[in-house]
Write a protein that binds this ligand. Structure first.
Ligand SMILES: Cc1ncc(COP(=O)(O)O)c(C=O)c1O
Length: 404
């Protein structure tokens, strides 16, 4: 598409090519549409890609968060510290467990949780039984995991990383840089394969972990709590014919879910994973172009601050805009961009502002989250964009800032 075109530019979009379509077609023509070999193939390739011991595929990033909290054995009286800037699912997964959320503030320039914010949230919740931290690697930038892990260890807290934005990002905070998802400094990490994410399966998710026990629980809870492990059968009279386990037999010890990811989706995931390096490179080039094109609008419009200790695989391109300075509201800017066929989005409204959470926990205002939210706007970023598309978005934004 040439420069000057007016094709619609959403803020995010999947990239599907012939290799993806071919991979899905092969599964559709085969024997297994679900619980077949593509699931294990995707899980194994994903585990290798992020350097994790185990990867468990599931039906969404939300399901991944829920399963991870199940694998932590989160109880109803437990609390989990969640950054105020994230998608609803991060906090909601805690409520699925009947546990409670403690919202932590974030850095106003990156939107990321820090150990200091986690510590302040913990202090503010004196008396609450806090079990875990749920850091979010926003836009593809990593939370400083080394710092967070030493805080968590000192306080006896678990960590589940919400890595839904950060597939392919490298955490450089530890002694050894490692891909997000390797779980060197956390118990588990969760990913989403929604179409705007770095790779897609339509809907889909993954949990990675180092512990074999956690992986086993994730697999069981993904599939109704059902087990075919004869060593663990309790009802021997039904389970065995002499020494041999009956071939039809399975047992359920607790209620799980149907959070399975189909072979159709896993085949797409596997083929998308093979394209991940290209996606990351392309997103990086587009972000670099945005940054050079928008440099002259600083400081009124600037991209979010670079998080140290991270080599990001960019999921979002977020700018912070001083709307007072430019004399236009965010709704005006979004409307003017939209009039030129350019999508934009806000990531995110502070979670504690949602009526459900306001009703449950009362009114809150965390200054970093408020300052971040007041200025953030995500501009289009997806691998099939061209540099000309970036120039078009920047040109439109410059026109709006100039009052044009
Ligand atoms: C940070 C974050 N966490 C969790 C989710 C939930 O993922 P899904 O939409 O696949 O359920 C999303 C998806 O938008 C997300 O952005």
């Amino acid at each position: 598409m040439s420069k000057g075109s007016t094709r619609p530019l959403p803020y995010g979009r999947q990239s599907i090519d012939a290799s993806d379509i071919d991979a899905v077609g092969k599964v559709l023509a085969g024997d297994w549409l679900t619980t077949g070999p593509a699931v294990e193939a995707f899980e194994s390739a994903f585990a290798v890609r992020v350097g994790a011991a185990h990867a468990v595929a599931c039906s969404s990033g939300t399901a991944a968060l829920h399963l991870a909290l199940e694998a932590l054995w989160l109880a109803e009286r437990d609390h989990v510290i969640v950054p105020a800037i994230s998608f609803l699912a991060t906090a909601n997964a805690v409520r699925f467990m009947g546990a409670d959320v403690i919202f932590a503030d974030v850095d106003q320039e990156t939107g990321l949780l820090t150990a200091d914010h986690a510590e302040a949230a913990l202090k503010g919740a004196a008396g609450a039984q806090v079990k875990a931290l749920l850091p979010v690697h926003l836009a593809g930038q990593c939370v400083d995991m080394a710092e967070l892990k030493s805080f968590a260890d000192a306080m006896g807290l678990n960590i589940v990383e919400d890595a839904c934005h950060a597939l392919g990002s490298i955490d450089t905070s530890g002694d050894d840089p490692a891909p997000v998802g390797a779980c060197r400094q956390s118990d588990m990490a969760t990913f989403s394969f929604h179409p705007v994410k770095t790779i897609t399966t339509g809907e889909g998710g993954m949990v990675t972990c180092a512990s074999a026990d956690s992986a086993q629980r994730l697999r069981s809870m993904r599939n109704h709590g059902l087990s075919r492990d004869a060593r663990a059968f309790q009802n021997a009279a039904l389970a065995f014919d002499g020494e041999t386990a009956n071939p039809w037999y399975y047992e359920m010890e607790e209620v799980g879910f149907n959070y399975r990811l189909s072979d159709i989706q896993c085949a797409l995931g596997l083929s998308q994973l093979a394209r991940l390096d290209d996606f990351i490179a392309k997103r990086g080039e587009l972000v670099a172009r945005y940054e050079s094109e928008l440099a002259d609008l600083a400081p009124v419009v600037r991209s979010i601050a670079r998080a140290p200790h991270c080599e990001p695989a960019w999921h979002l391109f977020v700018v912070l805009i001083d709307f007072d300075q430019i004399g236009a509201s965010r709704a005006d800017v979004m409307g003017a961009l939209n009039a030129e066929g350019i999508g934009s989005q806000v990531h995110y409204i502070p979670l504690y502002q949602q009526p459900y959470y306001r009703q449950r926990y009362g009114r809150q205002k965390l200054p970093g989250a408020e300052a971040y939210y007041a200025r953030c706007l995500s501009l289009p970023l997806f691998p099939d964009m061209t540099q000309g598309d970036v120039d078009r978005v920047c040109g439109a934004l410059k026109g709006i800032v100039a009052g044009g």
